[in-house]
Design a protein. Structure first.
Ligand code: URP
Ligand code: ZN
Ligand code: ZN
Length: 479
C-alpha cells in the first residue's frame, strides 16, 4: 500500500501492536556527520535499511523529497509536573511530551528531585506515579541529589545499574530545598565516578544570590528586573569554575546545565587547558533572548528563570562555543508556569516561580536562528539538538542518529516553510509564549517515534501511554 504523509492518519491508530514497515523516500538525511539523499526503511520500531532508491515494498511510503530527514530531537533538560516554589510546573507528562513531539523532540530527560531527609528511591516512586502511562513521547530521568549522606550513597549504584538512571543532578543554589554544599558534592562525585555515572550541575553561587536577593528586597526593589540583578554573571562563573575544579579533582564526568554567559564558558575553557573535559549545555533562550526583556513591568516575569537571560555579548559567546565544541548541547530547561502562577510574585520577584516554556519551540528556533541564519551548520544542528545528548547520557546509538539498528525516531523537516510562534497555536499547557509573534523559517512536518508516525499535518496520532521510559547506559566521560 502506498500513501503520502498526509494520508497516513486513518490507519496509524490501529497499528500500534502490529509490525509495520515504512519507507521514507528521497529525503536529505542529516546526521551529526553525514548529509546525503537516500531512502530510509523502517520495520517495527527500528531502522533496517538506508540507501539510494531502495526497492523494498513497505506498508507505507512517505515522500520526503525536498525535506530534511533528521534524528528525533533530544531535550535532556525539562521539568514536567514538578513541585517547585510552592506550585507545580504546568505541563505534565502527557501535555509536555506531546508538545515536544509537535516540535520534533522525541525524547526528553526530566529531573526527579529528592526531598531532603528522604531516600532517592522514594523520590523515584513519586515521579513514576506522575509519569507512568502518561507520556506520549519517550522520556528518561536524571536523579537530583539534594541530600547526600551515608544512606543516599548506598543508593547510587542501584540507580546506575538497575534503574538505568545514570546522571545525578546537583544544585549549587536554591539553599534550604535543593542546594548541596561542596562537602556533599565531592562525596557524591566520588561515588558516582566509582559506578560509571555523571554529575549534572546547576552551577550558580547560591549564597551570593541569596545575599543579593535579600539586599534588593530590603531596598524595596521588588520587580522582575531584580531577579536578573540578583544573579550577576560572576555568580555563575564562580560556581562553574568551582564545579570544574571539583570534577577534575575527583575525576568524575561533569555536565553543566543551562550555562548562559561568557564568564562561565571561560571557566570551562580554562579547564580544558589541563585537558579536562566538562560537558556544557546551554538552552535555546540564552542563545536568542537577552536581559532587556526584564526592563518592563511585571511582563518580564515571563522570562524569570535561573540563571536569568544575559547580554548580547553572551549570546555571541554561546554561538561561538557551539562551533568551538565547548558547548555540546542545546536544551530548554522547559519549566512552564501559567500566568496566574507567575503572579504569585507580583509584589516580590523572589516569589515568581522560576522557569519558561520552550519544549515545543527548541528545534524550530535553533534551526531558524542557527542554521538558516548561518551561525551553525546542519551537522552541528543535529549534533547539539540530538546526538550529543544521546552520547553523553548513555542512549547512543539507540537514540540520536539515523543508522541501521537505531530506533526509528525521525523528524521530517521543511527547511523553508515560514510560520509564526504563538500561544494561540502551541500545544504546551501554558497561556503565554516567551516567543509570541516570533517569525520562524523551518517547520517540523512529520515525526516518527520508534517507527510510528506520531505527528503529521499538525496532528498528534498517538495518545498518552505511547511514550516509554528509556533506561540509560553508563556514561562516557568524553564524546
Ligand atoms: O528557572 C529555572 N531554571 N527553573 C527550573 C529549575 C532549574 O533551576 O533548572
Ligand atoms: Zn537549574
Ligand atoms: Zn532546570
Amino acid at each position: 500500500m502506498k500513501s503520502t504523509s498526509s494520508h497516513i492518519s486513518h490507519f496509524t491508530s490501529h497499528i500500534q501492536h502490529i509490525t509495520m514497515s515504512i519507507l521514507i523516500k528521497n529525503g536529505r538525511v542529516i546526521t551529526a556527520t553525514d548529509d546525503y539523499v537516500a531512502d530510509v526503511y523502517i520495520e517495527g520500531e527500528i531502522i533496517k535499511a538506508i540507501g539510494a532508491n531502495l526497492k523494498i515494498q513497505a506498508d507505507q511510503e512517505i515522500d520526503a523529497k525536498g525535506k530534511l530527514v533528521m534524528p528525533g530531537g533530544i531535550d535532556p533538560h525539562v521539568h514536567l509536573d514538578m513541585p517547585f516554589m510552592g506550585t507545580y510546573s504546568s505541563d505534565n507528562y502527557e501535555t509536555g511530551t506531546r508538545a515536544a513531539l509537535f516540535g520534533g523532540t522525541t525524547t526528553v530527560i526530566d529531573f526527579i528531585l529528592q526531598t531532603q531527609g528522604k531516600s532517592l528511591q522514594s523520590a523515584l516512586q513519586e515521579w513514576k506515579g506522575r509519569s507512568d502511562n502518561n507520556a506520549v513521547g519517550d522520556y528518561s530521568f536524571h536523579m537530583a541529589v539534594t541530600d547526600f549522606n551515608e544512606e543516599t550513597k548506598k543508593e547510587i549504584q542501584h540507580f546506575i545499574e538497575v534503574e538505568g538512571i545514570t546522571s545525578f543532578k546537583t544544585f549549587m543554589a536554591y539553599k534550604g530545598a535543593l542546594m548541596i554544599d561542596d562537602r556533599q558534592m565531592v562525596g557524591l562525585m566520588q561515588e558516582v565516578k566509582k559506578h560509571g555515572g555523571l554529575i549534572n550541575v546547576h552551577a550558580t553561587n547560591g549564597d551570593m544570590i541569596d545575599f543579593l536577593i535579600a539586599k534588593h528586597k530590603s531596598e524595596g526593589k521588588l520587580s522582575p528586573l531584580y531577579h536578573y540583578l540578583s544573579q550577576p554573571e560572576v555568580t555563575e562563573a564562580e560556581a562553574s569554575s568551582r564545579f570544574a575544579d571539583l570534577a577534575d579533582y575527583t575525576g568524575c564526568p561533569g555536565y553543566i546545565v543551562h550555562l548562559t554567559c561568557e564568564g562561565a564558558l571561560n571557566a570551562v575553557r580554562f579547564a580544558t587547558r589541563r585537558n579536562q573535559h566538562v560537558f556544557v549545555e546551554t538552552c535555546i533562550q540564552y542563545l536568542i533572548l537577552d536581559a532587556s526583556l526584564y526592563e518592563q513591568n511585571f511582563e518580564g516575569a515571563k522570562w524569570v528563570m535561573s540563571p536569568p537571560l544575559r547580554e548580547k555579548k553572551d549570546q555571541e559567546t554561546l554561538w561561538a562555543g557551539l562551533n568551538q565544541g565547548l558547548v555540546n548541547v542545546v536544551a530548554t530547561d522547559h519549566c512552564p508556569f501559567m500566568w496566574e502562577q507567575k503572579l504569585m510574585g507580583k509584589d516580590d520577584f523572589s516569589k515568581i516561580p522560576n522557569g519558561h516554556p520552550a519544549i515545543e519551540n527548541r528545534m524550530e528556533l535553533l534551526f531558524s536562528e542557527g542554521v538558516n541564519k548561518g551561525r551553525i551548520t546542519l551537522n552541528k544542528y543535529v549534533e547539539v539538538a540530538s546526538t550529543n545528548a544521546a552520547k553523553i547520557f548513555g542512549m547512543f546509538p539507540k537514540k540520536g542518529t539515523i543508522a541501521i539498528g537505531s530506533d526509528a525516531d525521525i523528524v521530517i523537516f521543511d527547511p523553508n516553510e515560514k510560520h509564526t510562534l504563538s500561544a494561540k497555536t502551541h500545544h504546551m499547557n501554558v497561556d503565554y509564549s516567551g516567543y509570541e509573534g516570533w517569525e520562524v523559517k523551518g517547520k517540523v512536518k512529520t515525526v516518527l517515534l520508534r517507527g510510528q508516525v506520531v505527528i503529521d499535518n499538525n496532528e498528534c496520532k498517538v495518545s498518552k501511554g505511547y511514550g516509554q521510559f528509556v533506561k540509560r547506559n553508563k556514561v562516557a566521560g568524553k564524546i
